[in-house]
Design a protein around this ligand. Sequence first.
Ligand SMILES: [Mg+2]
Length: 190
Amino acid sequence: MRPPYLLLDVDGVLIPFPDADGASPASHNRHDVVPADRSADDPVTIWLNPAHGPLLMQVIRTGLVTPVWCTSWRHDATTLIGPLLGLPPLPYVDLPRPQITTSHPNGYLWKRDHVGTWLGNAPVIWIDDDFTALDHEWAAERTALGQATTLVQPDPHVGLLAEHLVEVLAWAAQLPGAQADAANGQAEAA
Ligand SMILES: [Mg+2]
């Protein structure tokens, strides 16, 4: 059995929002990156915490979850963001590009309908800073149907903390079949 998915957002999770003064946390380093749809003379400045790479690798190496990017960075998360943190090329959810002016056009996170289809009935733990109450209801409904679903919601001005990943591992470890997943994952990683 495939381990549950760990869906990973980027903006507001790995790249915190600047504070009112436009400053980013001192824990984060500046990088200028060029997403695939921009020209080389038009880079985007981002801030990443170098500690996030090793923290995420610890989670990945357990084999308890299947990590997948779920971000408007799409393929650029695999090719630009992950490598800056020392992560292997992870798969990504190929999200649509809706013409929306809010991240909650229907009262819930715009990614969710696509993610729901993409998941089928697979279990998931999803880290995103932008869930609404309707998303948390969706997670509870999925869980009630036997599709274990947990949402982890960092503060977008702080981003991902070690405690969020502790929660991920604790959740994955208590799922049925988790020990076999871990053994298989570690065998594959060896
Ligand atoms: Mg976000």
